[in-house]
Design a protein around this ligand. Structure first.
Ligand code: LRH
Ligand code: MN
Ligand code: MN
Length: 390
């Protein structure tokens, strides 16, 4: 057995769990052509079955996030039971106030009380669903913003947003949390009401302990030092969750670790440093991706493996040597220690470790030869659309 992964590192990797998004299994992902994949799920039950394949082959994805109303079903107890039969749980509930005509000028920050009330009620309905599914987290991302200077009173909108969030927060159960996701632009192009971590932090801090920030890695301006934000939010005790994906230009929603593996490593180094992988960590790891041209289930398998690989490399970092070099002001040695961990190929050690736990050494190959894709391609006809490309 390879000794690259220490017993401590294995214990941490053992509990690494990455929630997968139901919408990754539907056809979605671009304002241009949405290319369908054979076997695309026709309903939320089939999305859960597909998501369960990721967990079956990797042991890394025990929960599936839902998006409401995309995943609205008559019987959430039945959906929960189905998930459990498939070996996974239902996870975060994502609200959606970005596809209804009423929300053209905003939702929770809207100037019209009737529309703002409707948006609040949608979130209360999401919490009702959480009560049925046993979900811990309500994730809120808002498309609210404006396109033209002068269009809206920026400050009034912050005040209304806070009032709306308070009404939602009050309805949460003791074990439930609210996570507020920020994004610097899109669909609004002049201003966005929750554009950055600071605004999300200010809004959730005014709510209470069970309100936290969600960091989507694709939601920053190019060149942003995301690991610094990770450090700061962990330091403040306000990092609630990650939406992992990767981007080359804007909110590309590509496979995490595909565009910039080094950035993913740096983020995970800060996660480890800040206790984000400890057993009692409040940080939830999620994917938020779309697979438009690649097959969806293997796209998700590759994604969770990328996170596992970079987490393993982050755990290899020799913190003592790094601390000593930092204390001595030895810039090049410190950087060398850091790069040594990043440059280490952990794949053979992870494959061996996986096998020792009864999992396939090569999850991609195991899925490809499982016959699952051929079966769903033959059985399912007419998949659902699962994003704003609809
Ligand atoms: C917004 C976002 C948010 C949504 C998801 C579909 O860009 O990242 O998390 O819920 O995409
Ligand atoms: Mn997101
Ligand atoms: Mn996004």
């Amino acid at each position: 057995m390879s000794t690259l992964l220490t017993p401590d590192a294995r214990a941490v990797l053992e509990r690494l769990a990455i929630e997968v998004p139901s919408w990754a299994y539907g056809n979605s992902g671009t304002r241009f052509k949405v290319f369908g994949t054979p076997g695309t799920p026709r309903d939320p039950f089939e999305k859960i079955s597909d998501a369960a394949q990721v967990h079956r082959h990797t042991g890394l994805a025990p929960a599936v996030a839902l998006h409401i109303p995309w995943d609205l079903v008559d019987d959430f107890a039945a959906l929960k039971a189905h998930a459990e039969t498939e070996g996974v749980a239902l996870g975060t509930i994502n609200s959606n106030t970005f596809q209804d005509d009423d929300y053209k000028l905003g939702s929770l920050a809207h100037a019209d009380d009737r529309i703002r009330r409707k948006a609040i009620d949608h979130h209360l309905a999401c919490i009702d669903i959480m009560d049925l599914t046993g979900s811990r987290d309500l994730k809120i991302w808002l498309a609210d913003g404006s396109n033209y200077p002068g269009q809206a009173d920026l400050r009034d909108r912050q005040d209304r947003l806070q009032d709306s969030l308070q009404r939602i927060y009050e309805r949460l159960g003791e074990e439930q949390r609210l996570v507020l996701e920020y994004k610097f632009f899109e669909p609004a192009f002049y201003h966005t009401d929750v554009p950055d971590w600071g605004t999300s932090y200010a809004q959730v801090s005014a709510l209470g302990e069970r309100a936290l920030v969600c960091l989507d890695t694709g939601h920053h301006a190019p060149g942003t030092n995301i690991e610094f934000i990770v450090m700061q939010l962990l330091r403040l005790g306000k990092l609630g969750s990650f939406d992992f994906n990767s981007r080359f230009y804007a909110d590309d929603d590509l496979i995490v670790g595909a565009a910039d593996p080094f950035q993913l490593f740096r983020i995970l180094v800060e996660v480890v440093r800040g206790g984000g992988l400890e057993a009692d960590s409040p940080v939830a790891f999620m994917l938020d991706q779309c697979h438009n041209i690649e097959d969806k289930i293997p796209g998700q398998i590759r994604s969770v493996l990328n996170v596992q690989e970079m987490a393993a490399r982050a755990l290899l970092l020799d913190r003592d040597a790094l601390g000593a070099a930092q204390a001595a002001g030895d810039v090049l040695s410190a950087n060398g220690v850091f790069m040594d961990a990043f440059q280490t190929d952990v794949r053979p050690a992870l494959a061996e470790w996986r096998e020792s736990r009864g999992l396939p050494a090569d999850p991609m190959a195991a899925y490809a030869s499982s016959g699952y894709f051929e079966r769903i391609a033959a059985e399912r006809v007419g998949g659902t659309q699962a994003s704003w490309g609809a």
